[in-house]
Design a protein around this ligand. Structure first.
Ligand code: PEP
Ligand code: MN
Length: 337
């Protein structure tokens, strides 16, 4: 349930309601907006039937949340969230572009990729240090060595770092080097990892599971918010369907649906969604037109030599050209890049 306080409710009135919620054995989540304070209540709502909260001073209304997700919902927070990544805003008028190789393979290639990303106007450097590979015999990533290269390349070029954390035990080490913790599609319902990320003091990029509904996706985000970390960026990266001409099927309608249901920003990954570099540009432009808050795109200096996802990686010059086209699409939908 959600408790909406009156616009001029005093701090004492908010504190009083919070104390009452706690006394009922429920967990209050206070969100102080510029207009008013909203209190999300987590736990069984049966207790509130005995003690109605409407009667408390300063309370405007008590709303049951009909949807299964609460803190991520627009009912809880009507205004769109803008996530601050150490000075970089995600979810505002300006689109955010994350770019880089699938995996960090060595220091040199990452530095080249970072320079390309910067030159094209990207804001965040991507690159896997811990790779979720279908086969145990495929390249699994360089681990901490890759995290060091990411930090070095990002600092040298003025970019932020996003990289995947696959294991609860690695949240600490990845947080030490990265600006954004990525939770991959295959871990979207790793509830222990979501809980741990909810306790980390870093923004989280949560990718949609290969076969997850939008409700399941938003409930996965709810895990992170329910632990107090409201800095979550969602990512649509394609879902499994019967079509096999593309690697996955990009569910672009997830963008407006998520925008309607949730206040969280959502970006699109056209690289993993399509699986082929040739389709990346079209779907990137479509995503911006559909209202996405940004893109995450795989770029590799020599895709034919890539240790993972070469076929879907853009050559530097192709990415730079795409960024120019994206500027025009962004302008057409009232955004900037
Ligand atoms: C990635 O972005 O590196 C990745 C593995 O993507 P996904 O989890 O969407 O498959
Ligand atoms: Mn990849």
């Amino acid at each position: 349930m959600i408790i909406v306080m009156k616009p001029r409710a005093t701090k004492q009135q908010v504190d009083h309601v919070v104390a009452k919620i706690k006394a009922l054995g429920l967990k209050p989540m206070v969100s102080r907006g510029t207009e008013r304070t909203i209190i999300g209540v987590i736990g069984s709502e049966d207790a509130v039937r005995v003690q109605p909260l409407e009667i408390f001073a300063g309370v405007e209304k008590v709303m049951p949340v009909l949807k299964p997700f609460k803190l991520v919902s627009r009912e809880f927070k009507p205004q769109s969230s803008v996530i601050d990544v150490d000075g970089l805003s995600i979810g505002g008028k300006r689109l955010v572009i994350m770019a880089g190789p699938c995996s960090v393979e060595n220091r040199q290639m990452l530095m080249t990729a970072a320079k390309t990303a910067k030159q094209a106007g990207a804001h965040v450097l991507r690159g896997g240090a811990f790779k979720p590979r279908t086969s145990p015999y495929s390249f699994q990533g360089l681990g901490e060595e890759a995290l060091k290269y990411l930090r070095e390349a990002a600092d040298a070029t003025g970019l932020k770092v996003v990289t995947e954390v696959m294991d609860v035990r690695d949240v600490g080490i990845v947080s030490k080097y990265a600006d954004i913790l990525q939770i991959g599609a295959r871990n979207m319902q790793n509830f222990n990892l979501l809980t741990e990320a909810g306790q980390a003091h870093k923004p989280v990029l949560l990718k949609r599971g290969l076969a997850a509904t939008i409700t399941e996706f938003l409930l996965a985000a709810e895990y992170i918010l329910s632990r107090g970390n409201f800095d979550v960026i969602l990512c649509e990266r394609g879902i499994r369907a019967f079509e096999d001409q593309t690697r996955f099927t990009l569910d672009l309608s997830a963008v407006p649906v998520v925008k309607k249901l949730s206040h969280l920003p959502i970006i699109v990954d056209p690289s993993h969604a399509t699986g082929y570099w040739d389709y990346v540009g079209s779907m990137a432009k479509a995503a911006v037109a559909a209202g996405a808050d940004g893109l995450i795109i795989e770029v590799h200096p020599t895709p034919e030599m890539a240790m993972s996802d070469g076929p879907q990686s853009l050559l530097p010059e192709k990415f730079i050209a795409l960024a120019k086209e994206l500027k025009k699409v962004a302008a057409a939908v009232g955004r900037t890049l």
